[in-house]
Design a protein around this ligand. Structure first.
Ligand SMILES: Cc1ncc(C[n+]2csc(CCOP(=O)(O)OP(=O)(O)O)c2C)c(N)n1
Length: 310
């Protein structure tokens, strides 16, 4: 969780000084969902993310340097610098893709779970998506098909209470998103998304069912993003008191407190872990920013269509 926190704070700093362009969505405050869920999955499982997925890729084990290079549009990035922040694919660690099409990523994961089922062998797919995505038509089609075909798919809903600038209460009357899964006869549970162990347990149980051939499950993780929707968003649509309340529930601090209570983490350990994460990110950033941008010769590579006559 510290690696993700340090990484995203670095991305924020790089964005502020123009070293990173485009739209950047940070998941600061949501690290426990990424880490808890990925901890419960196996290395060969197939994970799909969305527009706020730096943390998901890192939690799968993505290399911070290649990830930062991708976000900064460099040729050494995971997708040769052509994907950017919202379209990360770190296939070497089973983070098969992410997309900025809200809800569209759920359908990609459905396809991945169909592949997993046809391969046999207990592989599972998992998808991260938000409360906004849960209002799209494609999301409901995917719940239906996954349940009908008993696909090995874990729906990990990151309910952070907002879709862009719109609070949940203004975009749905269904306050409890797990209710959608019950409609489609799917096991479902809501967990404290700022408690890394609760997320791990929820996703572990869901993945176990999928591996046994019992079909998909839905895990709703109740969380909050501590930053705006995108970097630069003044976030005037929410009360400062609400933000302050959630800062108290910071998932990184909370797990540190749990470990300290068990006598497993002293003040020095805490500082060392944070420092190690920040050092690793600094090294990654220096290397990423020293790498070249893709050149004109890369324009027609990695595309499915070819110019006529080529
Ligand atoms: C199909 C589609 N419609 C609209 C958008 C614009 N958009 C980008 S993020 C977002 C909100 C997504 O909210 P949620 O799914 O809750 O995820 P969060 O941003 O909270 O992580 C929207 C509507 C989009 N990217 N794709």
């Amino acid at each position: 969780m510290w690696l993700i926190r340090a990484f995203e704070e670095k991305v924020s700093e790089m964005y502020a000084r123009g070293a990173v362009r485009g739209l950047i969505h940070l998941g600061i405050g949501q690290e426990a969902v990424a880490v808890g869920a990925c901890f419960a999955l196996e290395p060969d499982d197939l994970v799909v993310g969305g527009h706020r997925s730096h943390g998901h890729a890192l939690a799968r084990g993505a290399d911070p340097e290649r990830l930062l290079a991708e976000i900064a549009g460099r040729a050494s990035g995971y997708c040769g610098g052509k994907g950017g922040s919202m379209h990360i694919a770190a296939t070497d660690v089973g983070f098969i893709t992410a997309t900025g099409v809200v809800g569209g990523n759920v359908a990609l994961a459905l396809g991945a779970s169909l592949t997993a089922m046809s391969r046999g062998g207990g592989q599972v797919a998992a998808v991260f998506f938000g409360d906004g995505a849960a209002q799209t038509g494609v999301f409901h089609e995917c719940l239906n098909l996954a349940s009908l075909w008993r696909l090995p798919l874990v729906f990990v809903c990151e309910n952070n209470g907002y879709a862009e600038f719109t609070p949940l209460s203004a975009h749905t009357v269904v306050a409890e998103l797990s209710a959608h899964a019950r409609t489609y006869a799917m096991p479902t549970r809501a967990v404290d998304g700022n408690d890394v162990l609760a997320v791990r347990d929820g996703v572990r149980a869901a993945a176990a069912l999928a591996r046994e051939g019992a079909g998909p499950s839905f895990v709703e993780c109740i969380t909050y993003r501590l930053r705006g929707h995108y970097e630069g968003d003044p976030a005037k649509y929410r009360e400062l008191a609400e933000l302050a309340e959630w800062k108290e529930k910071d998932p990184v601090r909370r797990y540190e407190a749990v470990l300290a209570e068990r006598g497993a983490l002293g003040g020095e350990d805490r500082a060392r872990i944070e420092r190690r994460a920040r050092d690793r990110v600094e090294t990654a950033a220096s290397a990423a920013l020293a790498a070249p941008f893709p050149g004109p010769a890369d324009l027609m590579t990695d595309v499915l269509s070819r110019p006529a006559g080529a």
